[in-house]
Design a protein around this ligand. Structure first.
Ligand code: SAH
Length: 349
C-alpha cells in the first residue's frame, strides 16, 4: 500500500522512490482519481487557447519557438483577429480564454491591456500565458480584470533550469510565480517530464514546489524532442511517467485545476483520456485560427491541426463524456474547500 500522507507531505525520499519504480503506479492512479472526484468533482473545465504569436525572444533549449529557430514561419495575430476569435469562443459557450504566445515584446503593456479590457466584456475568465514580464505589468493587467496567469516552472532543479534556460534562473522564475500569486492571480505552474538529465529526485522537487506555491493550476506534459532545437537527439518523456506525475500532483495539491495536456495527447492517441482518469480535470481545446495554427510548433507531432479550426471544441467535449465525466459550464475557478473535511488517508476512504 502506498503511504498517502507521505505524498501529501511531499516527503522527498518517498516521492523519489515512487518515481523510480512502476510497482505502485496502478495504486497511485486510483488514489489520484479518487482525490479528483472528492475534491473537484466530476466536472472537467474547458479552456480555449489562442496561440496569438510564435515570436519569442527567449532561448529555451527544448522549445521550437526559441529565438534561434530559423525553420519556423513566424506570425503575429492582430488585435482585431484575436478579438474576433475571442468573440467566437464566447459564442461557443466556453467561459475561459487563454491567451498564449512566445515572449513577444511587440505586445506592449498597452496592447495586452486593450485585449484584456475588450475580452472581459464577453463575460469570460482570462488566462494570460505570455511568459515573464515586468511586475508592474502583472499588476496593471490584474487590475484590468485578468484572472489567471499560466507560466510553468518547467523544472524545479536549479541546475537543470539554468542549463535549459540560458540567461534565466529558477530563482527568478520562482520570484515571478510568487509575485503573480501575491497579486491575486490564479497562478499556474507545472513542468515537463523526461527532460535530458532529469532524475526522479528532480521530479520530486517539482511536486514540492507545486505545493510550496500552492499552485492553482498545474500543467504537466512529456518533454518531446524538437528537431529544430539543440535537444533534437535526446530522448523524450514517457506516457507512464507523465501520468504518474499528473497523479502525484493531484494528490499533493488536491483542489488544483490540472489539465490533461496537449503534449500528453501528442505522445499517445488516448493520452488525454488517460490523464483525465489519473487526476486531471481540465482540457484546453485549441482555438488558434488557421493558417497560423500549425506554426505554433513547440514540438513535433502536436495534435489538433484540423482543417476546421473549431473542431477541437466538439472533440474535447466528446472526450470528457467518453470517460464518464461532465463538461463544466462555469468559469472553472479553483474550488475553495476546507481540505480537513476531505482528508483521504487510504484507498477507498
Ligand atoms: N511563453 C510562454 C508559453 C510557453 S509555450 C511561457 O513562457 O509561459 C508553453 C509550454 O510548452 C512551455 O511552458 C513548455 O513547458 C512547453 N514546451 C515547450 N517546448 C516543448 C517540448 N519540446 N516538449 C514538450 N513541451 C514543450
Amino acid at each position: 500500500m502506498i503511504e498517502i500522507k507521505k505524498i501529501q507531505n511531499v516527503d522527498l525520499d518517498y516521492l523519489t522512490y515512487l518515481l523510480s519504480t512502476d510497482e505502485h503506479n496502478e495504486e497511485i492512479f486510483k488514489v489520484a482519481d479518487e482525490v479528483r472526484r472528492k475534491y473537484v468533482g466530476t466536472e472537467v473545465h474547458l479552456r480555449a487557447i489562442i496561440e496569438f504569436s510564435n515570436y519569442c525572444s527567449q532561448h529555451c533549449l527544448y522549445c521550437g519557438l526559441r529565438a534561434e529557430n530559423r525553420n519556423l514561419n513566424r506570425y503575429r495575430m492582430t488585435e482585431e483577429e484575436i478579438l474576433e476569435r475571442a468573440r467566437l469562443i464566447a459564442k461557443l459557450g466556453i467561459k475561459t480564454i487563454v491567451l498564449q504566445s512566445g515572449e513577444d515584446p511587440y505586445y506592449t503593456t498597452e496592447r495586452i491591456s486593450y485585449l484584456i479590457t475588450e475580452i472581459k466584456k464577453l463575460d469570460v475568465a482570462i488566462t494570460l500565458s505570455i511568459g515573464e514580464r515586468d511586475f508592474e505589468e502583472y499588476k496593471i493587467w490584474k487590475e484590468l480584470g485578468a484572472d489567471r496567469y499560466l507560466m510553468r516552472h518547467e523544472t524545479a532543479s536549479p541546475e537543470l533550469y539554468a542549463k535549459l534556460h540560458p540567461g534565466d534562473s529558477f530563482e527568478n522564475r520562482k520570484a515571478h510565480l510568487f509575485e503573480l500569486k501575491r497579486l491575486g492571480y490564479e497562478t499556474g505552474a507545472g513542468c515537463m517530464v523526461g527532460l535530458p538529465g532529469q532524475t526522479p529526485y528532480d521530479m520530486a522537487l517539482d511536486l514540492a514546489f507545486l505545493k510550496e506555491l500552492d499552485a492553482d493550476m498545474i500543467g504537466i506534459g512529456p518533454f518531446i524532442p524538437n528537431p529544430d532545437t539543440p535537444l533534437a537527439n535526446q530522448g523524450g518523456g514517457t506516457l507512464k511517467d507523465t501520468l504518474k506525475m499528473v497523479a502525484l500532483a493531484r494528490i499533493v495539491v488536491p483542489t488544483a485545476n490540472i489539465p490533461a495536456t496537449t503534449a500528453l495527447g501528442s505522445i499517445d492517441p488516448f493520452g488525454r483520456q488517460m490523464g483525465l482518469k489519473c487526476g486531471a480535470n481540465v482540457i484546453m481545446p485549441n482555438l488558434t485560427p488557421n493558417p497560423y495554427r500549425p506554426n505554433y510548433s513547440l514540438y513535433p507531432g502536436k495534435i489538433c491541426l484540423f482543417e476546421k479550426d473549431t473542431a477541437c471544441v466538439e472533440c474535447t467535449k466528446a472526450m470528457i463524456k467518453g470517460v464518464g465525466l461532465v463538461v463544466g459550464e462555469g468559469y472553472g475557478y479553483r474550488r475553495k474547500i476546507n481540505i480537513e473535511e476531505y482528508k483521504i488517508t487510504a484507498v477507498g476512504d
